[in-house]
Design a protein around this ligand. Structure first.
Ligand SMILES: [Zn+2]
Ligand SMILES: [Zn+2]
Length: 245
């Protein structure tokens, strides 16, 4: 049976240097439940170590967690990549780390904490997660699709780190599955502003870096269940699956 899922595909954890340390798995899941979200994706900058812990924290609760990552391309474009399995997430993680260099400066960018579902620190990631990979946008999307993931252009209406701010347009060869809009513009506003992108599904997400942000934005999507296969159909508007506007 098809039903409406309240989705937010862009939530950071305390692993992102720019996110609050209060954004640990258990607190984040509690806030998402309180906000009546049904489906969230965890997308930390170029990293995914907290995803399994968020899944553990949500286990047995009325919240679906999809694994993901917000990857920075060589053009400094942010792309949300979401996957059906931790195996495929590990595959994209290997590619991203092969193409990411540098060491984090905690004083400058913040702490990158790996925290389990009990709130215990498992470790500190020392890579320069805030940096850009040397993967071009088209190469990255090929990898995401190779690992059965979906690629969403992040915050296309923002003046930095978006495909439009960095490249000015979306090349037809670059196969995004959907485009993300900030709540400030909203889907209705984006439909007016981006008439040339009318073929795409638009999603609104919170890009939460703080607990208080969770629940401030959501996209309602008609799905049978919370899987990548269902989301792929919804983004393409197939078989009754669709993004509600
Ligand atoms: Zn971003
Ligand atoms: Zn983000």
């Amino acid at each position: 049976m098809l039903k409406v899922f309240n989705c937010d595909f862009h939530i950071h954890t305390c692993l992102s240097p720019c996110a609050d340390l209060d954004m640990h798995p258990r607190a984040l899941v509690e806030k998402a439940l309180e906000a009546k979200l049904d489906l969230i994706a965890i997308c930390d900058h170029n990293s995914s170590e907290n995803v399994p812990f968020v899944m553990n924290a949500a286990s047995g609760k009325a919240l679906n967690v999809i694994s993901g990552m917000e990857i920075t391309t060589s053009e400094e474009v942010h792309v949300l990549a979401i996957f059906d399995s931790l195996d495929n997430l590990a595959r994209i993680q290997r590619v991203v780390y092969q193409h990411l260099s540098g060491k984090n400066d905690e004083r400058l960018f913040g702490v990158q904490a790996v925290v389990n579902e009990n709130g215990e620190v498992e470790g500190i990631n020392e890579k320069l997660l805030i940096g850009a990979t040397d993967l071009s946008l088209d190469k990255l999307l090929i990898h995401i699709h190779e690992f059965n993931g979906l690629a969403i252009a992040a915050h296309i209406d923002r003046e930095s780190f978006s495909v439009l701010s960095q490249l000015g347009f979306i090349d037809k060869k670059v196969k995004f599955d959907a485009l993300e809009i900030t709540p400030a513009t909203g889907i209705a506003g984006a439909r007016i502003k981006y008439r040339d992108l009318s073929n795409y599904s638009f999603l609104v997400s919170s890009d939460s870096h703080f607990l208080k942000d969770i629940g401030t934005a959501r996209t309602k999507i008609v799905l049978r269940e919370a899987t990548i296969a269902e989301l792929k159909m919804a983004f393409a508007g197939q078989n009754g699956r669709r993004v509600l506007e």
